[in-house]
Design a protein around this ligand. Structure first.
Ligand code: GYE
Length: 322
């Protein structure tokens, strides 16, 4: 805690210096802060909604946002963060594409007295003083909710239930944690087995391709567990092309609850969706302003989420924002 306060105190003096620099160069607003945001990419409906939320919230809060899209490559994110350090932004926020390999660049930010906020995805750095706070979902809990639903849904079924898993990006926190939570939950029923598990990189085309291969090489698939809606939607295309009925012949569980996913759920083509909230913009701007002002912030801010059945999807679909 003390360390964090010290770091932010230093950041405030850096702000005073960089504010002079900013007015000299004519960039930035007079009293607003400058944020460098290194986004993962544009891989999914979730990501599109997340980017929009961050851009809109920055505008509302008067935050001068420098935004970059890393196209799901860690090296691009590291480059973006280094350029924000060079530009002497007031705060850096980013959603790390994978968990590992951030210590060097985070130390560079700390040496430059620029505070860092993690949003959406976590890093696995042992030194948690490298960032001020982490705003995002509990992905283990999401995986657990998905598994708990399947345990309940399969309770009446006799015999083995063969699950294929479409994992998110290899090494990404939501892929690691959603797998872990799901696996823990399904141990409650020994009939439930993951018979295949591969990454579809959180994209629709990735989900489709991997599902096509699963359908060819794996007999008797009962359930698809996809780490996001987009991969589940890709799997639906593959299942239909193979002459099977998604949601009936093969049950589908996904995570996110974006509009396309919720539409498929309301039609019974997906059976259950665990919600993951992408609308993090407003909370991020609030945290950024506090961090730059040297105020204390919680080390972890967890997003509140629910889950949906087809009936519930029908009720909320019309009012779904994203
Ligand atoms: O579930 C997926 C996206 O990190 C929570 O990334 C996010 C995940 C989200 O590509 O759709």
């Amino acid at each position: 805690m003390f360390k964090k306060t010290l770091v932010t105190a230093l950041a405030v003096s850096a702000l005073a210096l960089s504010a002079c620099g900013a007015s000299d160069s004519g960039s930035g607003t007079d009293d607003g802060i400058t944020m460098g945001f290194a986004q993962v990419g544009a891989e999914s409906g979730w990501r599109t909604a997340n980017t929009k939320s961050i851009q809109e919230a920055a505008e509302t809060a008067g935050v001068d946002l420098k935004f970059s899209d890393a196209q799901q490559k860690q090296e691009n994110q590291i480059k973006a963060i280094r350029s924000y350090i060079q530009q002497k932004v007031d705060v850096i926020a980013f959603s790390p594409v994978v968990e590992s390999g951030w210590d060097t660049v985070l130390k560079e930010a700390r040496d430059a007295d620029i505070p860092v906020i993690l949003t959406d995805r976590a890093v696995d750095s042992a030194d948690t003083s490298l960032y001020q706070t982490f705003l995002g979902s509990d992905f283990v809990e999401e995986g657990k909710k998905a598994g708990d639903w399947l345990v309940q849904d399969s309770a009446a079924t006799e015999g083995p239930v063969n699950i294929v898993e479409l994992q998110g990006t290899t090494g990404a926190a939501p892929a690691i944690d959603r797998k872990e939570g799901f696996e823990a939950a399904i141990t409650a029923d020994p009939d439930l087995t993951i018979v295949q598990s591969q990454t579809g990189d959180f994209t629709r085309s990735g989900g489709k391709q991997v599902m096509e291969a699963f359908l060819k090489n794996t007999p008797d698939i009962d359930v698809v567990y996809a780490h996001n809606d987009d991969m589940g939607l890709g799997a639906i295309e593959a299942i239909e092309a193979a002459g099977k009925v998604p949601g009936v012949d093969i049950k589908i569980i996904t995570v996110d609850a974006v509009k396309d996913g919720m539409t498929a759920l309301s039609e019974g083509r997906i059976n259950y969706i665990v919600e993951c909230n992408p609308l993090l913009g407003e909370q991020l701007m609030e945290l950024a302003e506090k961090v730059v002002a040297g105020e204390e912030v919680p080390e972890r801010v967890v997003t509140e989420e629910t889950a949906f059945t087809p009936e519930q999807a029908k009720e909320v679909l019309a009012s779904r924002e994203y």
